[in-house]
Write a protein that binds this ligand. Structure first.
Ligand SMILES: *Cc1c(COP(=O)(O)O)cnc(C)c1O
Length: 372
């Protein structure tokens, strides 16, 4: 028996006909950039996420870069300012910060949530701190009153790296604001990389914000810094989403609630049936969209080899934290024991929608038979 970690072909199979028709329409239209498909997708995603502005763009890294670049362009931040970012994130979160001449300040996650430990946040704040980049890691919202109040107290922007958590919600009893990721902070970045919960058939991303001035600047910066044709008040980039990807994403956005439901159903099987004391399960929260289902084990290599021998493919998110990557060697001596310990113990199990439910009962059984 084989339990693949992910199969993009299986994920997209249910929508094949709809995707083909949508692609045909774009091809026949003769209009491939900055057209109706992108306009439509931006409106649909804005409705879905309860935000005023969506700017479709090239990918998730560019979405994050554009947000920070726009804040610099507006004078809210300047190169040399500090942005707090969790130590245990995908490297793109950090690249967006350093690419803008800003300084990433790595903060520790909580053992329990894998997300930023908001109780410890204040110790990372200095005179130069301008923003907190929260990463809704593995599909679980990183948001609580502590974070909200700390950001307010020090007048910091909250930027959400929402690459993994579209459709997730924060469970905040008594909090009156928005509860869905992408609408929690001042601006949010989405990725539609093919393996993400809402996956395109190539690279794509988006910026979400209720700040209309920021939105306008992001939109200009993503299009050569131009506000109207051949008029360039800013030095920008080319970070546009193309019409074909926008059309693919409109098709899949209609199915996102079903995709989320299916992933939750699969995570619930693991939650109910994995009982092996050697395997640490992730915190089970209602609003999680389970981009990854990540367990922790002490002898990871042995555990993975055992699963592989039973046909269960696993992956690692992520084996090396950004501060230990060669490109950030200046940070190698940071004290991030929780980040480093998680990096040594995490194992991602198969979780994708479309896979038969029996697989998940069987994988749970296989895991329970592991005896170290
Ligand atoms: C995927 C991802 C990104 C980058 O998105 P791309 O579209 O691949 O550029 C950024 N941050 C996190 C947490 C991600 O998972």
């Amino acid at each position: 028996m084989k339990y693949p970690f992910i199969s993009l072909k299986e994920i997209n199979k249910p929508y094949e006909k709809e995707l083909q028709e949508a692609a045909d329409k774009v091809i026949a239209s003769g209009w491939y950039l900055r057209g109706q498909s992108v306009d439509n997708f931006e409106k649909e995603l804005a409705d879905y996420c309860n935000v005023k502005n969506i700017i479709a763009c090239s990918n998730g890294l560019d979405a994050l870069r554009l947000i920070l670049k726009a804040y610099i362009s507006l004078g809210t931040m300047k190169p040399g300012d500090e942005v707090i970012v969790p130590g245990n994130t995908f490297i793109a979160s950090v690249l967006a910060i350093s690419d803008n001449g800003l300084i990433p300040v790595f903060a520790e996650p909580s053992e329990k949530t894998y997300n930023l430990d908001t109780d410890k946040l204040e110790k990372y704040i200095t005179q130069r701190t301008k923003a907190i980049m929260v990463v809704h890691l593995y599909g679980a919202a990183c948001w609580d009153e502590k974070l909200y109040n700390t950001a307010k107290k020090y007048n910091l922007k909250v930027i959400e790296d929402n690459a993994q958590a579209i459709a997730a919600t924060a469970d905040l009893a008594g909090f009156s604001g928005q509860h869905n990721t992408g609408a929690l902070g001042d601006a949010a970045a989405f990725s539609f990389y093919p393996t993400k919960n809402l996956g395109a058939l190539g690279d794509a991303g988006a910026v979400a914000t209720n700040d209309c001035e920021l939105a306008e600047r992001v939109r200009a910066l993503a299009n050569y810094g131009s506000t109207k044709r051949y008029f360039n008040p800013f030095q920008g980039y080319n970070c546009r989403m193309d019409e074909v990807q926008a059309a693919m994403l409109s098709v899949k956005l209609k199915h996102l609630d079903s995709i989320t439901r299916q992933r939750r159903e699969r995570a619930a099987i693991y939650e109910a049936e994995i009982t092996n004391p050697l395997v640490g399960k992730p915190l089970f929260r209602e609003g999680n969209v389970w981009h990854q289902y990540v367990v922790t084990v002490s002898d990871r290599n042995k555990f993975r080899a055992y699963l592989e021998s039973k046909g269960v493919e696993t992956d690692l998110h992520y084996p090396t934290p950004p501060h230990m990557q060669p490109c950030y060697n200046g940070y190698a001596h940071e004290e991030l024991p929780i980040t480093e310990s998680l990096a040594e113990r995490v194992v991602s199990l198969p979780i994708t929608e479309g896979t038969p439910l029996e697989h998940f009962h069987e994988i749970a059984q296989i895991i329970n038979e592991y005896n170290g």
